[in-house]
Write a new protein. Structure first.
Length: 336
């Protein structure tokens, strides 16, 4: 048996703007999902005990699915890709590895001890699957190849063309900067700062918000393009503040990013409420992270005492909040 794991991710700066080759900054967070790969019988047997249904597929079904996906992807038929399921996304990732190294009957078990919903869970699953199956087949993929396969899973899961930052950070781990034209670059960040994740209770709607911004940009480029440029400037400043450990200015940059991207109408009342609560209660800054349209907010506190107070405030307000550590190891083989 082979067991692999991958972390979730937080985008500190750059979501949505990275789709247009602007700067993104992300870190791998200290919650992981686990994938176990064993020899199976009669095709692919995918086992999951909570968030996703178990399913089985035979080789013909997998080959038919990957052929269909490749046609849709080549022809940019994202309207048809959106009709594919999360099961299909999992199968696309698995079949990409099979077609590279050969088919084998497998039992694959996914374990999610702590949910990574809206903070990189799909990419974490896909990256772990790619590494686990490859190692079980006694082959090797480098980090870039793993990340590229995980990206295809995200194309199906999000029904479009994701930026590539999610699959990159969960695969490489640590902190990264990312531009589509340059790919991921590691960041040497060796200090911990008090960062809180607050779930809005609403699913992130990346498959809605990304096309929405694209449409707005096509219809009104004179309005949208300057916003994207300002978002890039905020990310560049935020990177400098992160490197110099200037948490006060980093927090202000986070809030500025929120206020700027909010102009494109992809926030929600719950996201806005979380940020309002944070800023009224001594947070240095706050912004949604990931796809927006729901999902989670990251909140930067000045110190651990304030972080604990904010977590208590959010939990009393009906939101799930927890402190996280960033910069952890990316996808890896687990000792069993």
């Amino acid at each position: 048996m082979i067991q692999t794991s991958a972390p979730g991710k937080i985008i500190l700066f750059g979501e949505h703007a990275v789709v247009y080759d602007k700067l993104g900054i992300a870190g791998a967070l200290d919650r992981r999902i686990f994938v176990s790969v064993r020899k199976g019988k009669n095709g692919l047997n995918f086992i999951q005990k909570s968030e996703y249904p178990s399913f089985t597929r035979n080789r013909n079904q997998l080959e038919s699915l990957i052929d269909k996906f490749r046609i849709f992807y080549k022809e940019n038929r994202f309207d048809l890709i959106k009709q594919m399921s999360f099961e299909d996304a999992i199968c696309v990732v698995i079949t990409e590895v099979f077609e590279k190294y050969g088919y084998e009957d497998l039992d694959i078990e996914l374990t999610i001890n702590e949910s990574l919903k809206n903070i990189g869970q799909s990419s974490s699953i896909f990256s772990s699957l790619a590494l686990g199956i490859t190692k079980f087949l006694k082959k090797d993929l480098n980090k870039k190849e793993i990340s590229d396969i995980a990206y295809l899973g995200d194309v199906v899961a999000h029904g479009g063309t994701p930026s590539g930052i999610d699959n990159s950070v969960v695969t490489y781990g640590g902190y990264i900067t990312y531009r589509k034209s340059e790919g991921p670059k590691p960041l040497d960040i060796d200090f911990r700062f008090p960062l809180i994740i607050v779930s809005s209770g609403e699913p992130s709607r990346t498959n809605v918000t990304v096309p929405s911004i694209r449409k707005q940009r096509e219809e009104n480029p004179n309005f949208v393009n300057p916003i994207l440029e300002r978002l890039n400037e905020i990310s560049v400043s935020g990177l400098e503040y992160l490197k110099t450990r200037n948490l006060e200015k980093m927090g202000k940059s986070m809030t500025n990013y929120y206020e700027e991207l909010r102009k494109l109408n992809i926030s929600t009342k719950k996201l806005d409420k979380i940020i309002e609560m944070a800023l009224k209660n001594k947070a240095l800054g706050a912004k949604p992270t990931g796809g927006w349209g729901g999902g989670s907010v990251i909140v930067l506190a000045e110190n651990e005492k304030d972080a604990k107070s904010l977590i208590e405030l959010f939990n009393k307000g009906g939101f799930d909040a927890f402190e996280t550590k960033l910069g952890v190891e990316g996808v890896k083989i687990e000792d069993i």
